[in-house]
Ligand binder design. Structure first.
Ligand SMILES: [Zn+2]
Length: 104
């Protein structure tokens, strides 16, 4: 039986002034709120610009536990580490994110 990977590399969108950029980051493979496994990342096309014509590949996943990951929080976790976010009170009691990871 294979152990679950501890981390996972994903491509997420970062929006600055309305324009999206794809960043590849490494995050923990568990849900930051309950510690359950994160869902398996799947490639999805996402609009990066205002016109909607510039579409890039990003990864999205839905966690089996039902907690929703958001790109902003994933970026913060990759940048600062989960311990820092817990220390700052951002995790684990964060409100429901406004922007879901996988917009339909
Ligand atoms: Zn969870």
């Amino acid at each position: 039986m294979n152990a679950r990977p501890v981390t996972m590399s994903v491509r997420v969108a970062e929006f600055i002034d309305g324009l999206g950029y794809v960043r590849e980051v490494t995050i923990e493979a568990t849900c930051p709120r309950c510690g359950g496994p994160r869902g398996w990342p799947k490639t999805q096309m996402m609009s990066m610009g205002r016109s909607g014509r510039d579409r890039r590949e990003v990864d999205c996943w839905s966690n089996p536990c039902g907690h929703v990951d958001a790109f902003d929080l994933v970026l913060a976790e990759a940048e600062f580490g989960r311990a820092v976010l817990v220390e700052a009170g951002v995790l684990p009691q964060l409100p429901q994110p406004q922007e879901a990871l996988c917009p339909s």
